[in-house]
Design a protein around this ligand. Structure first.
Ligand SMILES: [Fe+2]
Length: 448
């Protein structure tokens, strides 16, 4: 339990003040930006301190089992009913939700170049470019994989997503997420997760930003079981950081946007809804530095399944069949003996959307560049290209360190549908499948 009084960042979220964080994953946190703002020993006192309103934000049904039950108590200047009003439909731009069958691209292994940074002014709300959708937003199952391009901070605007939690994976440029729970800064090689229903705005820190965004319609991301690995390694709980409370008491007009049921709605407020002075609970945004992931792998022979690199998982009702696994391919040593070390050739019932944050991915040394993406959909074959195959088949198997690389995968049980933007925006590589063309027949029955 932590109590963090952090008056130094009250109302200064937009002025570059370094945020403070509490460490741990899924803890019952408590934090207050004014001393005594949190009630002691109860959630809903007759009168909350400082004239605040007490409000519960439920991220799970009330009756969810204890291990999956998520809620927080917020002590705020105005209750959220005052952050609501007459909504009008707003332009979704290039943001899409499942089911989205707007483009009928034939099945194929697909790869995209990084989308260039746009010249026009584009906030987060205009800059979400959906690449794929999977499942159904109306049944709380599946996901969408987006690339965001942002050239302008949101000002006098706030947003929340009722359809899913959002995992930001920056690739270029840092973001400041000014949330009602506090302020998170997130840079390339870090991720940040904002749960559904949490109000926030997205600001730029060091110029235009590009990155990936996983919109999770299903169960909240959680740490995967470690099984025989034991109590340590992979993603460790203490490396997850949740912000301390920070609020704005700002009576300036604010547009509130809500994504609900695959549509975007907007309403006008006369004040900022980022007005939570104190909160406690286990439903809150967090960040994580991917470089603190401790990879475990083959120290004898063979290549384990990529699930060994799972950072977070969104479980489904079927054990072991994830709604989404978030998997990374970080710096690591390759030491396996008499082993084809890159990922093997395979077909998979799961559907794999990959991105590259920096460096070179070992199975695709050419054509898969930082900011780009690839899609290996359900039961479509894939594996190393000719160059990677030759190198791995003939190289000396001494210990090799893969350095300066960070690729990731959003892997889902649902087939991923390509959006019209992804199919037609000019970044789709027409020759991707040619990377396997050079894999000639090598079979010779006279040479065992
Ligand atoms: Fe794969």
């Amino acid at each position: 339990m932590n109590i963090n009084a952090a008056p130094q960042i009250v109302g200064l979220a937009s002025q570059g003040i370094t945020p403070g964080y509490m460490s741990g994953f899924g803890n019952s946190f408590e934090t207050e930006a004014l001393p005594g703002a949190l009630p002691v020993g109860r959630n809903s006192p007759q009168r909350a301190a400082y004239g605040l309103y007490a409000e519960q934000l439920s991220g799970s049904p009330f009756t969810a089992p204890r291990g999956a039950n998520e809620r927080s108590w917020l002590y705020r200047i105005r209750p959220s009913v005052k952050h609501s009003g007459r909504f009008v439909k707003a332009d979704m731009h290039r943001w899409r939700s499942a089911p989205c069958l707007e483009h009928d691209l034939p099945i194929a292994q697909l790869r995209w170049d990084p989308p260039p940074m746009p010249k026009e002014q584009m906030t987060f709300l205009q800059g979400v470019h959906t690449m794929t959708t999977a499942g159904d937003v109306n049944t709380q199952a599946g996901m969408a994989a987006h690339i965001y391009l942002i050239t302008q901070s949101m000002t006098d605007q706030a947003f929340y997503n009722a359809d899913g939690e959002m995992m930001f994976v920056p690739q270029q440029g840092s973001l400041r997420l000014v949330t009602e729970f506090g302020v998170i800064t997130v840079a390339p090689a870090e991720i940040a997760v904002v749960p559904r229903g949490v109000k926030f705005r997205v600001e730029l820190i060091d110029g235009p930003a590009r990155g990936y965004l996983c919109e999770n319609y299903g169960g909240a991301f959680t740490l995967p079981e470690r099984g025989p690995i034991g109590a340590n390694c992979l993603a460790n709980s203490r490396d997850f950081l949740t912000p301390v409370a920070a609020y704005e008491d700002k009576d300036t007009p604010t547009e509130l946007y809500v994504k609900w049921g695959g549509q975007l709605y907007a309403t006008q407020l006369p004040y900022s809804p980022i007005d939570v002075v104190a909160w406690h609970g286990n439903y809150a945004p967090y960040k994580y530095d991917l470089r603190t992931f401790s990879p475990v792998g083959a120290i004898g022979f063979d290549h384990p399944d990529p699930s060994i690199f799972t950072v977070l998982t969104s479980p489904s009702e079927t054990a072991g069949t994830a709604n989404i696994d978030f998997v990374i391919f970080p710096e690591r040593w390759m030491v396996a003996e008499n082993t084809f070390r890159p990922p093997w050739y395979h077909m998979n019932i799961m559907s794999e959307f990959m991105g590259l944050i920096y460096g070179v991915y070992d199975a695709k040394p050419q054509g898969f560049t930082p900011g780009g993406a690839s899609l290996h959909n359900m039961m479509l074959p894939h594996g190393p290209d000719r160059e990677a195959f030759d190198h791995a088949s003939n190289g000396e198997l001494k210990p090799v360190k893969l350095t300066g690389t960070m690729a990731f995968m959003f892997e889902t049980r649902y087939p991923q549908r390509v959006t019209e933007y992804a199919a037609t925006a000019g970044i789709l590589q027409s020759d991707y499948a040619d990377c396997w063309r050079g894999l000639e027949k090598r079979f010779d029955p006279t040479r065992p």
